[in-house]
Write a protein that binds this ligand. Structure first.
Ligand SMILES: [Cu+2]
Length: 67
């Protein structure tokens, strides 16, 4: 299953982590979202119909654009 890890500079606290897990987790096909406030990154495991483009677009939309 595809796994991507993005550097996301806007992650600053557990609230950000929660928002990302909730929003990205609602995309059809996303299996797991691990976000790390200290490391400012998120790892997402997904399968069809989710696409990497869709995940990146959603992150940008909720104000956590991937670097
Ligand atoms: Cu925050």
């Amino acid at each position: 299953m595809p796994t991507v890890t993005y550097s996301i500079p806007n992650i600053s606290c557990m609230h950000c982590v929660h928002t990302i897990k909730t929003e990205v987790g609602e995309l059809a096909g996303v299996k797991e979202v691990v976000a790390d406030a200290a490391g400012k990154q998120a790892t997402i495991i997904f399968e069809a119909p989710a696409t990497e483009e869709q995940i990146k677009a959603l992150l940008a939309e909720i104000n956590y654009p991937a670097a």
